[in-house]
Write a protein that binds this ligand. Structure first.
Ligand code: 5RP
Length: 216
């Protein structure tokens, strides 16, 4: 069993009959959806997807999904991440699904992040850039405005999000306060959302291939 499967199997234990379950995006979340799809609890929950691809996969494995707007809350969401730091700040959006993932997370009473141990870092962003979803209208102006904060940015090539927008991958050039950086990026007109998932209650499950650690 590889790390993704190990962490996804452990995550499944958090689901309770009757739950509305947020379904993340990416390879780890997809593994989770596949495992949920062959489990006994599959027909006793409903899913809320974070992307067109997770909706499609959920349908293929027999998980009933509903639109986020039809539920008052989501009981528990399971998603992957690109990096998680010592304070459990999370960097997401490697797959470009960050806005829907954040919308689903924000409506969730419990949030479970499934990662392998190499994604644990001291501070985010470490190796990955910060993805920023940007409207295509005025995109080059928006990019310059993000760069003016002190970031080096480029548009992800040949990529359009499920929302019809672009992803701008950004690396800070200097030391910065994460919260402030997030606020400053989001204050720019044309920016839809960032891949910084800061604060909030969460459980991080970390697989090292032998065991799964639980970080809260
Ligand atoms: C998609 C995401 C993914 O959760 C993140 O990129 C991790 O993906 P993987 O499990 O494939 O490593 O944020 O937008």
């Amino acid at each position: 069993m590889d790390k993704k499967e190990q962490v996804a199997r452990e995550a499944l234990k958090f689901i309770v009959q009757g739950n509305v379950v947020g379904l993340g995006s990416g390879t780890t979340a997809s593994r989770f959806i596949e495992i949920l799809g062959v489990s006994d609890i599959r027909d006793k929950i409903v899913g809320v997807s974070t992307s067109i691809s997770s909706s499609k996969l959920a349908r293929e494995v027999g998980i009933k999904t509903v639109d986020i707007d039809t539920v008052d809350w989501i009981d528990i969401t399971f998603d992957g991440a690109d990096e998680v730091d010592k304070n459990l700040n999370i960097l997401k959006g490697g797959g470009g699904m960050l806005t829907r993932e954040k919308k689903v997370r924000n409506k969730s009473r419990n949030y479970v992040v499934m990662i392998s141990d190499e994604k644990l870092v001291d501070t985010i962003p470490a190796k990955f850039p910060i993805p920023v979803e940007v409207l295509s209208f005025g995109k080059d102006t928006t990019l310059k405005e993000i760069e003016a904060i002190g970031m080096a940015c480029h548009f992800r090539e040949d990529f359009v999000t499920d929302n019809g927008n672009l992803i701008c991958d950004c690396k800070p050039l200097d030391k910065f306060d994460l919260q402030e950086l997030d606020h400053r990026i989001k204050a720019i007109t044309g920016v839809v959302e960032t891949g910084l998932f800061l604060g909030g209650k969460k459980t991080v499950l970390v697989s090292d291939g032998r065991q799964v650690r639980v970080l809260k």
